[in-house]
Unconditional design. Structure first.
Length: 533
């Protein structure tokens, strides 16, 4: 059974919604107070309005939130029930150990260290050109030490992560020794430490390769204050590379480590600034009895049910996103593309076009399955809802997909938020809060997107035709829903069917989705290309 017959005729999907503590001053919402007694919890919900100057009176009829929402909030506040892999605590180096490690570097403290994690299978397979031997390929030139590891080889990848951790630990000890009492304060900011005192960790591949690299070094307990991350694009979409300008330079694509090509490569990588980059944690929960996750397995040549893996257990999985998390039509297309993925980037992009046209007649109603989106701090507050009992809360307009976006572009370099001013929300049914709603929408239209501002955007696609519009003339191709800092909890109606989702270009089938939580996963220093022309 193909994806169209499985999802399309049943109205696929659901929604993930997000927005803003900063907009709560203008937004209409339902306030919910959470109380817990041992293992049980309950949310007592009364609908209120937050005005710009004074608080409006409580609604005549309070909406009752279910115990399940309260339980989800408690799980969220307790680190999502331990779904995420915790960072490993690395033993601290002594000063003598740090000095001994740095003495091995080509120019000691003056060394320019590059750790490259290459995916040999991504898109154009440029990563394979960097991998000349396993477990490590190494080039030294002047004071540059350039080490390449394969993301697809377990031993090679582990060696790379270990060497990154060792180098960062040594740098940190020397930095703190040299800066004395000021070291702790200086190292607390992501961009205060100059690039010359950082190791550069570069992914060669697509958005997924970067995400895997970043998650691996974070889980290893690496202090990101001493790391500058970057990407050499070799994927299908390369949206992260578009966001930070790395699609502009002409990287050597054949034998990049040959002497002349290597000099050009280093020159390009040096043409960069440090900018903040946000990552977000998305935890997807399914029904504990009948829910689950599926994904296409290239090795097995079929869709298989996922058990416990790096993202969590069979019913609950946590993902770190750098670009976007989507539910709906784009996920439907992406799953089919995965089944027919080839070695050519051109072929893979052609597959996207083919399956887009194939599924164009598919009937979708993603937003119909959304119940309520809550922000969880400083208190539980309903921001957007399709629950008719929440009369003072904005609703969602019909859509075929919903997307959390952190990167500036999606769909292979298409910028959608800035040129679009349509709204994907509708006024509350209670006319007494229209003035607050009007203020909220004005603020929403005025927002701008930045992948390092600590905020995430949520938009919807009204129809499948908007995808074609986005690729040609992106003005008003999307509908703005929310922007904000989170954290958020999105709940769904019980009637949710199986649906496709995408996480930074990786695709999954989710059965019996119950909730999605979204929160900041932190900020790191990103290399942004600086065009010297």
């Amino acid at each position: 059974m193909d994806s169209c017959s499985r999802y399309g005729m049943h109205g696929v999907c659901t929604v993930l919604v997000v927005l803003a503590s900063s907009l709560l001053a203008f937004c209409v919402f339902a306030r919910a107070e959470v109380t817990a007694d041992n293992a049980s919890s309950k949310i007592n919900t009364d609908v209120t309005v937050a005005g710009a100057a004074t608080a409006a009176p409580a609604a005549d009829a309070a909406a009752n939130a279910s115990d399940s929402v309260g339980n989800l909030v408690l799980k969220f506040l307790s680190r999502d029930g331990g779904v995420l892999t915790e960072q490993n605590e690395r033993p601290r180096m002594s000063l003598s150990e740090a000095e001994a490690e740095i003495s091995k570097w080509v120019c000691g403290m003056n060394s320019e260290l590059y750790f490259v994690i290459a995916n040999p299978r991504s898109g154009s397979q440029l990563g394979a050109e960097f991998i000349k031997s396993l477990p490590m390929t190494r080039v030294r030139h002047d004071c540059v030490d350039f080490m390449v590891f394969s993301q697809r080889d377990e031993a090679s990848n582990a060696m790379g992560i270990g060497r990154i951790a060792m180098a960062v630990s040594a740098l940190k000890v020397l930095y703190e020794h040299q800066h004395g009492n000021d070291a702790k304060g200086n190292s607390s900011g992501r961009l205060t430490i100059p690039i010359e005192e950082r190791v550069r960790v570069i992914a060669v591949g697509g958005d997924g390769a970067f995400a895997g690299m970043l998650q691996a070094i974070t889980n290893a307990g690496v202090d990101m204050n001493f790391v500058a991350v970057g990407i050499i694009p070799s994927g299908t979409g390369n949206d992260l590379a578009h966001t930070y300008g790395w699609v502009k330079p002409s990287f050597p694509t054949k034998d990049p480590l040959e002497p002349e090509n290597f000099k050009k490569l280093i020159s390009i990588l040096r043409s960069s600034d440090l900018v903040p980059h946000d990552s977000w944690m998305v935890v997807v929960r399914t029904d504990p009895n009948s829910g689950g996750f599926e994904a296409w397995s290239p090795k097995e040549g079929k869709v298989r049910t996922l058990g416990t893996d790096r993202n969590g257990g069979p019913k609950v999985k946590a993902f770190i996103i750098n670009n976007y998390f989507g539910i709906g039509f784009d996920g439907l297309v992406g799953i089919s593309v995965e089944k027919h993925r080839g070695k050519s980037r051109l072929w893979n992009r052609a597959m996207y076009g083919f399956f887009f046209m194939r599924y164009l007649p598919t009937s979708l109603a993603v937003c119909d399955f959304v119940d309520t989106l809550y922000t969880l701090k400083p208190q539980v507050v309903a921001i957007v809802s399709n629950n008719e009992s929440l009369r003072r809360v904005p609703g969602l307009l019909p859509c075929v997909s919903l997307t959390f976006q952190n990167s500036r572009t999606i769909m292979g370099g298409v910028e959608l938020w800035t040129p679009s001013f349509k709204l994907g929300v509708k006024p509350p049914s209670d006319p007494r809060v229209f003035s607050q709603y009007s203020l909220f929408t004005k603020q929403l239209v005025a927002t701008r997107a930045d992948s390092g501002d600590g905020k995430i955007e949520l938009f919807s696609m009204e129809s499948k035709v908007d995808y074609a519009k986005a690729a040609t003339l992106p003005v008003n191709a999307i509908q703005r829903v929310m922007q904000g800092r989170g954290p958020y909890l999105l709940t769904f109606k019980e009637s949710v069917p199986s649906m496709p989702i995408q996480v930074d270009g990786e695709f999954y089938i989710v059965s019996k989705l119950t909730s999605v939580s979204v929160q900041s996963s932190g900020t790191c220093a990103m290399l942004r290309y600086r065009d010297r022309k």
